[in-house]
Design a protein around this ligand. Structure first.
Ligand SMILES: Cc1ncc(COP(=O)(O)O)c(C=O)c1O
Length: 395
């Protein structure tokens, strides 16, 4: 067995099952699970129509880098969304469609890790709390994951000024999630610019996970490509990831893509030709149709906004409630997230995720997620209201 496997952490959902399965939920109440970041509304009809129109293509092996139509649709969306000049993104040289971004984020770590970079192990910087794949990707690439606590006082983004020279020299990749997950804050342009400058100065890859960039409240989050554009248009040292899972509520279709550095994209595609599952042709067609359409995304944003209105009404003034500018989670400070999770399950059959399961213990022994719970506002307004009223009464 690969010894690095022993360094993988439990998935948050496995840990949650171990915590709650031995406990009886409150009787006479229907269980409400606000744990998983999976949109519960149906994907747009457009997706189903195009899948059906193209279902005769399931018999064919898909090309390794998907279809020119899908790459063009993602490229056009990037240009539209981030007001990029025509030609800055080359759909063939910079874009790699993938079966969702989870496996692509993982596999990119294998591409960018050079064990001989420095005498000590290369480092991956990981915002803490974090999407669990970042840690696993770093560990299985033979690198050292280093947690950077992303706390409330710093807008829930890692403090870039706190990084020392040694760490930056050893850094091979920096996973930056913007909007932040699970806190839903947005990094400003100056922050992204600073992160990109560091990546170029110390020659590491800035991996920007932008899968929540379309789910926002008032203002569309700045993208890393806008910053690249301001610096002259080069994508060097950047790999950004986008997904239809949240944007189009299409998590089960498994469709996303990376865009970035041409040299890395070429190497990534080469590795994916052996180890990546190419995107099936009907899914390429449906994905292209979804990237070409923005109307259904506004409908999704409006749905989340209604749920946040409900949350604001019920929770305002408690648990350090704030209305996140992006994403669809509440990140509530309840003092002890694990204790609150158990109490909510046994008191009122509401299932939430302790913040501790989404974050790690840093080099100083601090786990910034301990006081928090994460709540996914992905259900309809009625169910959201019912769950939040139960929660407010119980805690
Ligand atoms: C922060 C973040 N990044 C990436 C992903 C992966 O999304 P997908 O593989 O569905 O594209 C998720 C999924 O929940 C996520 O929360």
């Amino acid at each position: 067995m690969n010894p690095d496997l022993a360094n993988l952490r439990n998935s948050p959902f496995v840990a949650l099952r171990s915590l709650l399965d031995p406990l009886e939920p409150a009787p006479n109440l229907s269980p409400l699970a606000l744990t998983i970041g999976e949109p519960q509304n149906q994907p747009p009809q457009l997706m189903k129509d195009v899948l059906i129109e193209n279902d005769h293509l399931y018999g064919k092996y898909p090309p390794g880098n998907a279809t020119p139509e899908l790459r063009a649709a993602t490229c056009n969306w990037l240009n539209r969304r981030y007001q990029l000049p025509e030609g800055m993104i080359d759909a063939d040289a910079h874009i790699t469609p993938a079966n969702g971004t989870k496996e692509a984020l993982y596999m990119l770590a294998q591409v960018i890790t050079d064990p001989s970079r420095t005498e000590q192990k290369p480092i991956f910087l990981i915002p803490n709390p974090y999407y669990h794949v970042y840690h696993a990707a770093a560990v299985m690439a033979g690198a050292e994951p280093v947690f950077l606590n992303a706390t409330k006082d710093i807008n829930f983004f890692p403090d870039l000024d706190a990084l020392d020279e040694d760490t930056l020299h050893r850094c091979t990749g920096f996973f930056l999630c913007n909007p932040s997950n699970p806190q839903g804050t947005i990094a400003g342009k100056a922050y992204l610019l600073r992160a990109l400058e560091l990546a170029r100065k110390y020659d590491f890859t800035l991996i920007v996970d932008e899968c929540y960039t379309e789910i926002y409240n008032a203002e569309a989050p700045v993208g890393i490509l806008e910053v690249c554009n301001e610096l002259g248009g080069s994508l060097d040292n950047v790999m950004s990831f986008h997904s239809l899972s949240k944007r189009s509520s299409g998590a089960g279709m498994r469709s996303g893509f990376s865009v970035g550095d041409a040299k890395l994209t070429k190497a990534f595609l080469n590795l994916r030709n052996f180890a990546g599952a190419a995107v099936p042709l009907p899914i390429c067609a449906a994905s292209a149709a979804l990237w070409n359409d923005d109307d259904h995304v506004q409908i999704n944003r409006d749905r989340y906004s209604t749920n946040f209105d409900i949350a604001e009404r019920i929770l305002s003034g408690r648990f350090e409630f704030y209305r996140p500018p992006a994403g669809f989670f509440l990140w509530l400070n309840v003092g002890d997230g694990v204790a609150a999770t158990k109490k909510l399950w046994t008191d009122c059959a509401v299932r939430v995720l302790p913040g501790e399961y989404l974050s790690g213990t840093d080099a100083n022994g601090v786990n910034p997620g301990i006081p928090y719970i994460r709540i996914a506002l992905v259900f309809d307004p009625e169910m959201t209201e019912e769950a939040l009223i139960r929660l407010a009464n119980s805690l």
